[in-house]
Design a protein around this ligand. Structure first.
Ligand code: ADP
Ligand code: ZN
Length: 223
């Protein structure tokens, strides 16, 4: 199963990608997570990307591409993957096609989670993340346990540093300016599955599973 998951910040990509990873047994590859981990580890990559993340700007394409190329060459990606938050620009979408070709792979689906903009800001300011197991919470819809502890592993949950109103607005603007075109790119190739991200998380996951199942059946009918 090889999937690209698209959607604006706050659409629930990360939450759904975590569920898909469990359900389909293929790794979730989140460029955002990889960059954040590098920043936390104070690695060479971290030093290069920290200013972009803090500003809510995109990391340059060449750096992002070489990182994804390396990640997809790892053994666990052979069985498949869920690309979460990548590609985010049209050049990245073209670049990933080249990598897929090199491996002799094809995408099974591109899923676009859409959601009204006004919901996004409140979702992001309400978001908390477990720094240890990465479980994603929402202070109202899906709160952590007592004293703000992760219900999965007991670690105190955090606010992501880029989830402040100013940086959220910048990320939305970047999405409209650069990432919305990626949605059109895949729509033109008729590869896109649209999912309503406004529903609660279980419902969104149901729609994704149904759409993937439908896609699989229609592929089998064609063969
Ligand atoms: P969100 O979708 O909520 O903004 P992500 O975790 O996907 O969160 O991304 C966080 C940040 O990481 C982005 O604002 C950007 O700086 C960087 N980033 C993530 N993926 C990419 C990418 N494919 N290309 C460039 N920058 C990226
Ligand atoms: Zn946890």
């Amino acid at each position: 199963m090889r999937i690209v998951l698209l959607g604006p910040p706050g659409s629930g990509k990360g939450t759904q990608a975590q569920r898909m990873e469990k359900r389909y047994g293929v790794p979730q590859i989140s460029t955002g997570d990889i960059f954040r981990k590098a920043v936390a580890a104070k690695s060479e990559l971290g030093a290069k990307v920290a200013t972009y993340l803090d500003a809510g700007a995109l990391v340059p394409d060449d750096l992002t591409m070489s990182l994804v190329r390396e990640r997809l060459a790892q053994e666990d990606a052979e069985r498949g993957f869920i690309l979460d938050g990548f590609p985010r620009t049209v050049p990245q979408a073209v670049g990933v096609e080249e990598i897929l070709r090199e491996h002799g792979w094809e995408l099974d689906a591109v899923i676009n989670i859409s959601i009204p903009t006004d919901v996004l800001v409140s979702r992001l300011t309400m978001r908390r993340v477990c720094p240890s197991c990465k479980t994603i919470y929402h202070m109202v819809d899906h709160p952590p346990g007592p004293n703000g502890l992760c219900t999965v592993c007991g670690t105190p949950v955090d606010v992501r540093p880029d989830d402040n109103v100013e940086t959220i607005k910048k990320r939305m603007a970047v999405y409209s300016a650069q990432t919305a075109a990626v949605v059109d790119y895949y729509r033109k190739k008729s590869a896109l599955i649209d999912v309503d991200g406004g529903a609660e998380r279980d419902k969104v996951f149901d729609s994704i599973q149904k759409a993937l199942e439908e896609k699989r059946r229609s592929r089998e009918r064609r063969q």
